[in-house]
Design a protein. Structure first.
Length: 411
């Protein structure tokens, strides 16, 4: 315990706890066997994982107010409804004790100091290893994409898309993490005076939680003037390396965020778009109207769309590095612009998620416009000035935009 004092009586009541002498015959009963295992406590500004052995010895790891302690040895004695916890760092506790075996236990004092621990049925340190993309929660609200990759050697690589003054930005950073039971603690290596260096969350791992694969739910608590606020984020396991050869995908849906642009109606592929009022519905209609689909073969990516009831195919070489795809459109004609996007496949290859920041989306939609106008005879691709006017028009129309495409495996 790191001199942590919180009032969570409401939570105590929700869990069905009460003073030991009221509901449980703790008296002289020896609960030592019930305490064996890994237990975790999580609330605002405080988290702890206790590994308790049959002989009463214990090891504590935790975080309080952004500071961490790790593998501190100690011993725990329970007798007559009282608990004594003595640790090597002299951070000790003595108070009352109550337990629901196999679920939760709590320790508390007459002064209102209270800690509630949940029993960990499994250790998630191996299950967390891999790449996860955020599907719901605060991470998605802050940016259109957030990726966490946990390595076996305790490194956490975070990739997040955010809106910046000059457009969208892909931020990559590396941290360090530990998992004890269901408690995740990570150390933020880039020091930020306004944020704690150590942060803790509780994990819930659900194998095959959706048809797309495993789900990892992270829960944390934030102290506010109105009490504790619980925040949750959900993460889908995705492949760390893309397996694209021979795959075909049809357009399914689109997510559009951080949109700012020119208040002017512009025609793209037979669809009128206004990047001042643009939303996901307008882009969804656009993508469905052109029947967008993609395929991968022999180091190339081909995408197809329809314009004036005619199929317009576009094929270009690609370079793949992890989850980064560089589409070399300029290899076809120098007037086209290369596109960099980030893609993620679910465990069973049912879906492909493609993320484009502002600059990539501008080039993507301008490339489509150039190809469509050339196919319809409205543009001479050898007219460099006319082609540049299209790209400049798109760039002037869009200030910022983050776009994520969800593609379904073609049947």
């Amino acid at each position: 315990m790191k001199n942590f004092k919180v009032m969570i009586i409401a939570l105590w009541a929700m869990l069905g706890f009460s003073a030991c002498e009221h509901d449980h015959d703790c008296g002289d009963y020896d609960h030592s066997a019930d305490l064996v295992g890994t237990w975790t406590c999580l609330t605002a500004n405080y988290a702890e994982a206790l590994i308790i052995n049959a002989n009463g010895s214990a090891v504590s790891t935790g975080v309080e107010d952004g500071e961490m302690w790790k593998d501190v040895p100690g011993e725990i004695v329970v007798k007559n409804g009282e608990i004594t916890m003595i640790f090597k760092d002299n951070d000790n506790f003595k108070g009352h004790f109550d337990i629901i075996p196999g679920e939760s236990f709590s320790i508390y004092t007459d002064e209102g100091e209270r800690y509630t621990y949940q029993y960990c049925k499994e250790d998630l340190s191996e299950e967390i290893v891999g790449m996860w993309v955020c599907t719901t929660g605060p991470m998605v609200e802050q940016g259109d994409m957030s990726i966490q990759t946990y390595t076996e050697d305790g490194k956490l690589v975070v990739t997040t898309a955010t809106a910046s003054a000059d457009g969208s930005t892909i931020l990559n950073k590396q941290d360090i993490y530990w998992v004890i039971g269901d408690l995740l603690i990570f150390k933020i290596l880039e020091k930020n005076m306004s944020a704690p260096q150590y942060v803790a969350t509780r994990l819930i791992y659900t194998p095959n939680g959706t048809s797309l694969g495993d789900i990892l739910t992270q829960t944390m608590y934030i102290a506010t003037d109105n009490g504790l606020v619980e925040t949750k984020s959900s993460w889908l396991r995705v492949k760390e390396d893309l397996d694209l050869a021979g795959k075909k995908y049809d357009y399914s849906k689109i997510f559009v965020t951080n949109v700012k642009g020119l208040d002017k109606d512009i025609e793209f592929g037979g669809q009128i778009l206004n990047f001042n009022t643009l939303n996901g519905n307008a882009m969804d209609k656009f993508m469905k109207n052109i029947l967008f689909n993609i395929s991968f073969e022999d180091g190339k990516m081909a995408y197809h769309c329809y314009y004036n009831n005619k199929l317009v195919p576009v094929e270009a070489p690609i370079e793949v590095e992890g989850n980064k795809i560089s589409i070399k459109m300029s290899a076809n004609k120098s007037v086209y612009r290369d596109i960099v996007l980030y893609a993620f496949q679910d465990a069973d290859d049912c879906q492909l998620h493609m993320y484009m920041p502002t600059s990539s989306f501008e080039k993507f939609i301008a490339n489509i416009a150039v190809v469509m106008r050339a196919k319809s005879g409205k543009l001479d691709v050898n007219d460099a000035e006319a082609v540049s006017a299209i790209y400049n028009g798109v760039e002037n129309a869009i200030e910022t935009i983050n776009v994520s495409f969800v593609m379904e495996a073609a049947k």
